[in-house]
Ligand binder design. Sequence first.
Ligand SMILES: [Cu+2]
Length: 506
Amino acid sequence: MVAAAGVRSAFGVVMAIDAWLKWQPAFAAHYVGYLHNAANAQPAWLAPWFDFWLRIVPPNVDLFISATRWIESAVAVGLLLGLARRFTYIVGGLFSLLIWATAEGFGGPYTAGATNLGPALVYALVFVALILFARLLGSTPYSLDYFIERRFSFWGTLMEWAPRRLWQRTPPALDWPHQIAAILAIAVALVLAVGTLGSAVTAAPPTPERAAAAVSPLNLASSAPVAAAKPAALPPLLGDGNAVAVTIASTDTDVEIASGVQYRAWTFGGSVPGPVLHVRQGQTVNVTFVNHGNMAHSVDFHAAEVDPKVAYRDIAPGESLQFSFVARTPGAFVYHCGTQPVLLHMANGMYGAIIVDPVAPLPPADVSYVLVESEWYTHQSSGTLMAGDYPKMISVTPDEVVFNGIAFQYSDHPLTARAGQRVRFYFVNAGPNLTSAFHVIGEMFTAVYHDGDAKHALTGVSTYPIAPGQGVIFDVVPEQPGTYPLVDHSMRNMTLGAAGALQVTP
Ligand SMILES: [Cu+2]
């Protein structure tokens, strides 16, 4: 009887922590994403069941979030106090089954993969065990029910599982040694429960093979807009003289790739893409590359003409490298890590843009932006933290295609210009795999400088391809105020995040 009460209250602690997590804003922000991800991970024959929930939940999402929070909280209180046990166990068991069947199933967002049973099913089984205990043991003095039904016997009729003769008899009073043993049993059960939960929370991330393949960062993304978009404006020149110096450090950093979703990236300068470097044609660029990462990295500048075996060689963690090049050729160029496998190093975030202004200047622009397009290939590491997925990189099945690292950030926070201004886009496609088809909906490119030379400009172009590793400069002069979407006109890439907007005011 004491052990049964101990299991019940320990499970109550687990439920209370679970309920507390449900009250966090992040849970509400990702609620619909969890359902989508769970639905994606199921076998086909379960599709109608998951489609049913996807139809009714999103339009009533606030109701479902509130219900989840209040039901879990009520069940936690019922378990901890031993209050209304019949009601608590039935509601808790059915609720756990429903959660299992809609958000977890065979590898939903909370589970490590198809080989993981899903904790809610285990919860449901614990409720069944508690019902069996209650049925066999009757009333327990370690519950609030016990004291209520001594006073009001109808409460026992409602809330007890055992026959009346079992719960109405007075349990034998415990002597001191038994009371101490009972307190110890409950304490051990509590410690076990908290320890189990703690180890689950801090468990090592699952290996890529075991991770739920279908969990998508776009589904996981918060329903709220991206908190802050990365500045896209072309930064000033690194310097005015004949030579400029730049230091780039590689770091392992978690970066945001969609609203509220992070990625375990390898970066230049702690962000993806790395910092925009802006120099003038003819300047000597003195590069210091420092490797603060956990493996060998390197840096390859498409704006340079140097011996790659020397300048682009691998640098061990903690070491650094210096080399110089003269930026002879104007244009928009990528720089990237060239360490094997290059696909993995680039797809993990090791790229940026270097802009080389021509000596014979382009027509002056009123506003200049730098857009770096790239792909993210992910699997879920834990919660809303994603990590790289090499099989997806090889098979070119990106989860996101993005401008400046974060899906849809410039849809949430549009770039701006005024009507009649010449707006310049320095567009670099870091890839690593896909060609972009840059287009401004509602506009025509006044000029496309495919090599940074004004003499070679194309005019009147609606859409223009930029291959992986290529950079192209675009001018657009919107005459009418309005919101002009900026897209990769590959509809798949646009759907996966390569979309933004240019807000033109009078
Ligand atoms: Cu690298």
